[in-house]
Design a binder for this molecule. Structure first.
Ligand SMILES: *Cc1c(COP(=O)(O)O)cnc(C)c1O
Length: 366
């Protein structure tokens, strides 16, 4: 008999299936025969571990990675070695140690000028990605800056354009006319620039058919099992499980209230299971009174009362077998990040990137 340590019995377990991440990447590759498929691993691999996810994808043949921040890029370079391309979506200034190890995404004319100046100063050509804004109005050269690039000969001197890229605003809604409009604007913008490979599609874009073809797709969420086709069955394999232990089970009489604000009143004599996860672990407080877990048999167990920092409470009156030490599934195949998000009033991306740092994390090998 093995005796669980106190730590094991009181700590929630987060399990990341790297085999599922790789399977998801391969199925996205099959959807994108026109070009390569990168791995977007910003925000620590959408909360699931950029180094672990990155190594699994690299071993599967993925040669392009995207992060948001310089520091994320440096950490990923350490994890992956010198081989793959690592591009930094938010850009970074030339001259940093990262200059040689990472590729900046240039998001405006100011970025372009800074990098050409650096190339002119030391005579070394810089590999960059150039981001064109075709409808997000967030980052990327807007149309008027593009006109200026075309009008000012030599503005791109010293830069090797590894990819021209743009980003879709509404790809998860295939009926939205902005998808085709962005594709057309991107094609026109690229035609006004020196020829270079193109990078167009995020996860959902890969499900838009021929419209999304480019030399390099940039999926993130679909790798991690989030449904890139909302409203239709999820074509991706689930990646994440979160199982949390019951610390105590108590009987309360009808009329008793549970938790902060006494927001839930037992309508009958009830059994309340207290579970070791809270909003400090990224279990969103908006799930108060609306969350759901699954018991060992996959049956739904309703969350009652408010989410505390470190604890949540479930009504297990109809689950007489549940005992202290049992684990409830908070995220898993029967309680997907998208379903948790819908109950919390947010999107699966936020559920994953909020996952906290107190879980015992396990990565199932690819
Ligand atoms: C986050 C991001 C992606 C990945 O988007 P998903 O919807 O997660 O597939 C791709 N490109 C850019 C510029 C991004 O910011």
């Amino acid at each position: 008999m093995t005796v669980a340590t106190t730590t094991e019995a009181t700590r929630a377990r987060l399990t990341v299936d790297l085999g599922a991440v790789v399977a998801n990447w391969r199925s996205l590759c099959a959807l994108h025969p026109s070009g390569a498929v990168a791995g977007v691993v910003k925000a620590d691999g959408y909360g699931l571990g950029a180094a672990s996810v990155g190594r699994a994808l690299l071993a599967a043949g993925c040669e392009h990675f995207f992060v948001a921040h310089l520091e994320e890029g440096l950490a990923l370079r350490d994890a992956l070695g010198l081989g793959p391309m690592i591009a930094v979506l938010n850009g970074f200034p030339p001259g940093a140690e990262a200059d040689a190890a990472l590729l900046p995404v240039l998001n405006g004319l100011g970025n372009v000028r800074a990098w050409t100046a650096a190339a002119r100063a030391d005579g070394r050509v810089r590999d960059v990605l150039l981001h064109l804004d075709t409808g997000m109005a967030r980052l990327g050269l807007p149309p008027e800056e593009l006109v200026q690039v075309a009008a000012e000969p030599g503005l791109l001197d010293g830069l090797q354009l590894r990819y021209l890229m743009t980003h879709l605003a509404c790809a998860e809604d295939p009926a939205n006319p902005l998808n085709a409009a962005q594709a057309a604007r991107f094609a026109a913008a690229c035609a006004a620039l020196p020829a270079a490979p193109r990078s167009f599609s995020n996860s959902s874009g890969l499900f838009l058919g021929g419209l999304a073809a480019s030399d390099l797709a940039r999926p993130g969420c679909a790798l991690y099992g989030i449904n890139p086709t909302p409203g239709r069955p999820n074509p991706m394999r689930p990646v994440v499980r979160l199982d949390a232990p019951v610390l105590q089970v108590r009987e309360v009489p009808a009329g008793a209230t549970v938790g902060y604000g006494a927001s839930w009143t037992a309508p009958r004599p009830s059994r309340i299971a207290t579970v070791a996860v809270g909003y400090a672990d990224g279990y969103l407080r908006s799930l108060s009174g609306r969350g759901m877990a699954r018991d060992g048999a996959g049956r739904p167990v309703p969350l009652v009362g408010r989410i505390s920092m470190d604890l949540i409470t479930f009504d297990v009156t109809d689950h007489p077998a549940i005992r202290t030490g049992d684990f409830l599934e908070l995220i898993g195949p029967g309680n997907t990040p998208d379903e948790v998000a819908a109950r919390a009033g947010t999107i699966g991306y936020e559920v994953l990137t909020s996952l906290g740092h107190r879980y015992a994390r396990h990565w199932l090998p690819a």
